[in-house]
Design a protein around this ligand. Sequence first.
Ligand code: PGA
Length: 252
Amino acid sequence: MIKNKKLLIAGNWKMNGFKKNLSVISLLIKYIKLKKLKSSEILICPPNTLIDSFSNLAKRSKLLIGAQDCSENETGAFTGEVSPSMLKDSGAQAVILGHSERREYQEESNKLIHAKAKNSLKNDLLTIVCVGESLIQKKNQNTLRVIGEQLKKSLPDKINPNNLVIAYEPIWAIGSGLIPDNADIYKVHSFISNKLNSRYGNKSKKIKILYGGSVNKKNALSILSIKYVDGALVGGASLKFSDFKAILDFCN
Ligand code: PGA
């Protein structure tokens, strides 16, 4: 159990889940009630099609529901897009932005992520901005340079530190079962913390920094214990209740 941290454990369901998966959410809500969480927060980000029904189930519980992307625009002729205010309207309280899968498959740039983050912060959504290096960038010892640039270009100047979260997700660790060693996670997280401090000053202390990439019940305690790690962004292990619960068991 991690006693002295206010952790945020976020589940990124990616393009997984149907209405029949409602039972996972019901189990999660029951578990959170029984566990009487004191300070940690739990968030599930399902596909947009499930936000409304999940948030209805989670209404009177401490479980937060969020989305995996949002538009940089408010409303209008943008086919296929969903704005932060529409996500809020369907019950979302949070959004993940700049995930490496979107940076890669949808060719999202830092500039676009910056505009999306600005819009979601303006709409008071808990805004999780993802950063992380590829394997080649790591091998070329460019990790900190890449992350420094992603932070500089993806984050808006005007922020509410209570609503901004950074997720460090090494691309090579996502879904691969590989994770950086603890010293490397510490190095990157303290680098991010320093960058946030020099940009936002005292406010930055409130910005949580999550680790993501192959987090599971076996490695979660060790990762969550690292200084500057304020939680986890969990993909695969958030889809099955028993796997996710085993990670949540470490929260207070
Ligand atoms: P993973 O995914 O836990 O399955 O590696 C993490 C993520 O992509 O957010």
